[in-house]
Design a protein around this ligand. Structure first.
Ligand code: ZN
Length: 167
């Protein structure tokens, strides 16, 4: 099982690379990531969070496991803004209110190299955006206002300190 990389590790701020080949190695990574996500009780996991800069996310928002390679999201015209409390395995003990579109159009490849093309809404739309953000080096703390960030400062400092001590 993988260890989850936590803030402020630089890999979480790195844009992940396009996956060019779906090979055995990738299938092994997917298997380990899936196990890790379920053990940690997550609803999604991005490759950055296990230290890999590959455009790969896995998601289970209660509708079954989705493995998405090179996911691309666009916002449909009928989407509306929706706010919800979000947490992140890479930001332990932190929850913030994040406003996102409530619908997204997803295209990606599955592990069998088949195309996925669908419209997601509700929790799935939210988790897809959260995980795709990770692939672009973005985290939930980037979505919040400077006031909320100031309120979180103590918690973030604590994470920064424990990270420095660990490495
Ligand atoms: Zn996250």
């Amino acid at each position: 099982m993988y260890n989850i990389v936590t803030y402020p590790d630089p890999v979480l701020r790195t844009r992940a690379d396009e996956i060019l080949e779906i090979d055995d190695e990738l299938h092994e990574i997917i298997e380990e990531m899936t196990e890790t996500m379920y053990v940690k009780d997550g609803v999604g996991l991005a490759a950055n969070q296990i230290g890999l800069t590959k455009r790969l996310i896995i998601v289970d928002a209660g509708e079954g496991l989705m493995v998405l390679i090179n996911p691309v999201l666009t916002v449909p015209e009928d989407a509306r803004a929706d706010s919800m409390d979000e947490g992140c395995l890479s930001l332990p003990d932190i929850r913030v209110d994040v406003t996102r579109p409530d619908r997204v159009h997803l295209t990606a490849l599955d592990p069998d190299n088949k195309s996925i093309d669908l419209i997601a809404d509700g929790l799935l739309a939210r988790v897809l955006q959260h995980e795709t953000d990770h692939l672009n080096g973005k985290m939930i703390i980037d979505h919040i206002s400077s006031i909320t960030r100031r309120l979180l400062r103590t918690k973030l400092r604590k994470l920064e300190k424990s990270h420095t001590e660990a490495s």
